[in-house]
Write a protein that binds this ligand. Structure first.
Ligand SMILES: Nc1ncnc2c1ncn2[C@@H]1O[C@H](COP(=O)(O)OP(=O)(O)OP(=O)(O)O)[C@@H](O)[C@H]1O
Ligand SMILES: [Mg+2]
Length: 271
C-alpha cells in the first residue's frame, strides 16, 4: 500500500449516526430528505449507495462531505465530527466540475496550492496525472478533453490530496459503456493501491456489484436504509459468472420494491 506521505494516521472510518436532513422550500414547507440514517463504514470499504431517483443519496453524500449540515445526528470520520469539507474527504461528481480556465496540470495542482504544500509536493502533480492515464495532456484545457478524460482529471485532482475517504456521485453516469468499464477498472486499481474508503452513488446495478464490498439500498424519500448487502464475490470479478448474476438479481429484487411503490405514488400524484 502507498503510504500517505504527509505521515497521516487516518484510516477512513466513517460513522453516520442517526442522520436526518430536512430541506425547507421557498414556501417554508419542510421537505424530509434523509431520515435517521445510521451506517458504519469500515476503513477500506467500497460502499455503493443505491435507491430511487430523488430519494436523498446525493444529500447524504454531501452531508458526509461536509457541504451540508445534518438537521440532527452526526457524522464522524476517524472519530472527528464532520463540520465542513476537508482534504481528507475527496469528492468527484457526475459533472467533473474542473476549473475551465486552468489547464489539467493546474487543475490537479489546485489542492496542493490551496493548502500551501505545493513546493514540497510539486512532483506529485505529474505522478497523479500519470496515474489516471493523462500523460501528455498536462497543458490541455478541460474543453479540449473528452468526458472520460475530464473525469480522470477530476479523480487526479481529488486523489492528489491523498484522501482517506473518496465520495463519488455517479462519477461514470454520463459516460459511454466502454469508457465506464475502463474507468471502473482504473478505480479498483486506485482503491487497492491506496486503501481509500470509497462511498459511491450509482444507479448502475452491474457497476455496484462489480466494485463494492457493500451495497446500501435506500428507500424512496425520505431516504432510510432499506438493506445493506455484503458483496463478497471473489476478485477479479467476472460479470458473466453465475455468482455475479445472482448478486445482480438480489439487488434488483430489493430495488424493485421501490419501483413498485414509486409507480403507485405516481398514480396517486400524477406529475
Ligand atoms: N438544496 C436543496 N434545497 C431543497 N431541496 C433539495 C435540495 N437539495 C435536494 N433537495 C431535494 O431533496 C430530494 C433528494 O435529492 P437528492 O439530490 O439527494 O436525490 P438523489 O437520490 O441523489 O436523486 P438522483 O438519483 O436523481 O440523483 C429531492 O426531492 C430534491 O429536490
Ligand atoms: Mg443524486
Amino acid at each position: 500500500m502507498v503510504k500517505n506521505n504527509e505521515g497521516s494516521n487516518l484510516s477512513g472510518h466513517i460513522k453516520i449516526v442517526n442522520v436526518t436532513k430536512n430541506f425547507v422550500n421557498p414556501d417554508g414547507e419542510i421537505i424530509p430528505t434523509v431520515d435517521n440514517v445510521s451506517l458504519d463504514i469500515e476503513p477500506g470499504d467500497f460502499v455503493c449507495l443505491m435507491g430511487p431517483s430523488g430519494c436523498g443519496k446525493t444529500t447524504l453524500l454531501r452531508t458526509i462531505a461536509g457541504l451540508l449540515q445534518p438537521t440532527s445526528g452526526e457524522i464522524l470520520v476517524d472519530g472527528e465530527k464532520v463540520t465542513g469539507p476537508g482534504p481528507e474527504r475527496g469528492l468527484v461528481f457526475q459533472d467533473p466540475e474542473l476549473f475551465q480556465w486552468m489547464d489539467i496540470e493546474h487543475n490537479v495542482a489546485f489542492g496542493l496550492k490551496a493548502r500551501k504544500i505545493y513546493k514540497e509536493r510539486k512532483a506529485d502533480v505529474q505522478k497523479y496525472i500519470d496515474l489516471v492515464g493523462l500523460k501528455g495532456f498536462e497543458k490541455a484545457y478541460p474543453h479540449h478533453l473528452s468526458g472520460g478524460m475530464k473525469q480522470r482529471a477530476a479523480f487526479a485532482r481529488a486523489l492528489i490530496n491523498q484522501p482517506k475517504v473518496l465520495l463519488l456521485d455517479e462519477p461514470f453516469g454520463a459516460l459511454d459503456a466502454f469508457t465506464r468499464i475502463a474507468l471502473q477498472e482504473r478505480l479498483l486499481e486506485i482503491w487497492k493501491t491506496f486503501g481509500t474508503t470509497i462511498v459511491m452513488v450509482t444507479h448502475d446495478i452491474e457497476e455496484a456489484v462489480f466494485l463494492s464490498t457493500k451495497i446500501v439500498v435506500m428507500s424512496q424519500r425520505p431516504a432510510t436504509v432499506r438493506e445493506v448487502i455484503i458483496d463478497d464475490l471473489d476478485r477479479p470479478r467476472d460479470r458473466n459468472s453465475i455468482e455475479f448474476i445472482e448478486m445482480r438479481k438480489k439487488i434488483m429484487s430489493v430495488l424493485d420494491f421501490d419501483i413498485l411503490t414509486m409507480s403507485d405514488r405516481f398514480e396517486k400524484e400524477p406529475c
